[in-house]
Design a protein around this ligand. Structure first.
Ligand code: AMP
Length: 416
């Protein structure tokens, strides 16, 4: 597999799949969080400094037509130029031959939003799945997708994928395009390399004790990750809304707490599997309950399996925090996905903040700590601790699928 570190881009035209799916301010249309742009800079700078030129391609949002001005990447040009100086823009990503050809070494060209074309995702638009013509339309779209990918590939000599957030999708720019490049001319960028390194470290080369902290709303979203991790971890901490499906499965009283009634057997299965594999499961001991799902709700504290009738558990309470802290700070590897409570509301944010601090403390003690998933990343940022943990994954869905042990199309396309 080709490696970006020792590749010389001098004189090469390089098409780079970046993740510039950035949030925009609704009024000013300016980029409100440029983390993803900053994440792509090392790869782009390497290409330019080597003496090559970079053609950047990305999606933003979910446009359904072409063009769709509210999703135009033109809006993010100033946010890119802030770091890289003047760049060029091609207003039609599927007809950018002239712009690509005119590009000189050291220059950067940004292509318009890839998802202006249905071919990028390879799903037919304007036709429902239950339509008898859907299958034929889907087949036709696959051919069109391959052509679209070939068109993008024709602009460049080299393909670099640095968009981990879309690596779990088999899209034209994330996977199909790789077919048009010889093995020595396709590679991951620095960002994907860092993501893979961090994830492979916890999956395949973790130091014990290894603790997985799983939170968030639903157990059904995380079931496969939990199952895959049970082969690797010594401790599994469960928090957040998913707690109550487990507590109910164990016969506890959960009041009006969140519960997936159809997942009780699955919760039991996880507990049995953990037992069989010798994994210690830590469920909350106590909880902060609310009389309604509201930032100003009345609250009380109870044992987690004795939630009063009509009340709902929205955060872990002090005994749980103390136990979880003890487990986390004595771990050598930690992975954390999902908040411990409804941390968006101040009254129910204490548990999640305490866990963020405990993960930072474990890191200071020498543990390798990986935070992933939108809400745990937001929680770590909210507590100003992003630089006090080993790695914060920007991957979201892609990270969860990788943690499930799935083969991601964008990764396989290059790594094989
Ligand atoms: P997820 O996207 O699955 O990681 O879930 C994150 C969401 O779970 C956040 O918006 C939290 O507010 C929510 N959440 C966490 N704990 C609870 C809880 N005990 N009850 C209801 N929602 C929760």
């Amino acid at each position: 597999m080709q490696k970006i570190d020792n590749y010389n881009f001098k004189g090469k035209k390089v098409i780079v799949r970046v993740d510039f799916n950035v949030p925009l301010n609704k009024e000013t249309h300016e980029v409100s969080d440029d983390t993803r742009i900053r994440g792509a800079l090392p790869t782009i700078k390497k290409i330019i400094e080597d003496g090559g030129c970079a053609i950047l391609m990305s999606h933003m949002g979910r446009p359904k037509k072409n063009p769709d001005p509210q999703f135009s990447l033109k809006q993010i040009i100033p946010a890119i130029e802030k770091y890289l100086g003047p760049i060029k823009f091609a207003a039609d990503c599927a007809n950018a031959d002239a712009e690509a050809k005119a590009l000189k070494n050291g220059e950067i060209l940004l292509l318009e939003n890839l998802r202006f074309y249905a071919e990028e995702e390879g799903k037919p638009r304007g036709i429902e799945k239950d339509d008898p013509a859907y299958e034929a339309a889907k087949k036709e779209m696959k051919t069109k997708q391959a052509d679209f990918a070939k068109k993008l590939a024709s602009y460049a000599d080299v393909y670099v994928n640095d968009a981990f957030g879309t690596a779990h999708r088999k899209h034209a720019s994330t996977a199909v395009i790789a077919d048009s490049f010889a093995e020595e001319n396709k590679m991951f960028g620095f960002l994907i390399n860092k993501e893979l390194e961090a994830m492979d470290k916890v999956l395949n080369d973790s130091q014990k004790p290894f603790t997985a902290i799983m939170g968030g709303a639903k157990v059904s979203d995380k079931i496969n990750v939990i199952k895959n991790l049970l082969d690797r971890v010594q401790n599994l901490i469960i928090g957040g809304g998913m707690t109550y499906t487990f507590i109910k499965a164990m016969g506890g009283q959960i009041g009006a707490s969140l519960c997936e009634a159809d997942k009780l057997d699955m919760a039991k299965e996880i507990l049995d599997l953990a037992k069989a594999k010798g994994v210690k499961v830590y469920l909350p001991i106590d909880a902060v309950n609310a009389d309604k799902f509201d930032a100003n709700a009345n609250t009380n504290v109870s044992d987690v399996d004795k939630t009063p009738e009509g009340w709902m558990g929205l955060d872990i309470a002090d005994k749980s925090i103390a136990k979880f802290e003890e487990v986390i700070t004595s771990s050598k590897t930690v992975i954390w996905n999902g908040p411990m409570g409804v941390f968006e509301m101040d009254k129910f944010a204490k548990g999640t903040s305490a866990i963020a601090k405990a993960v930072a403390k474990a890191t200071a003690n020498g543990a390798f700590t990986l935070i992933g998933g939108g809400d745990s990343v937001a929680a770590i940022n909210k507590n100003g601790l992003a630089d006090k943990v080993s790695y914060v994954s920007t991957g979201g869905g892609a990270m969860l699928e990788y943690m499930e042990g799935k083969q991601l199309p964008g990764i396989v396309a290059i790594r094989g």
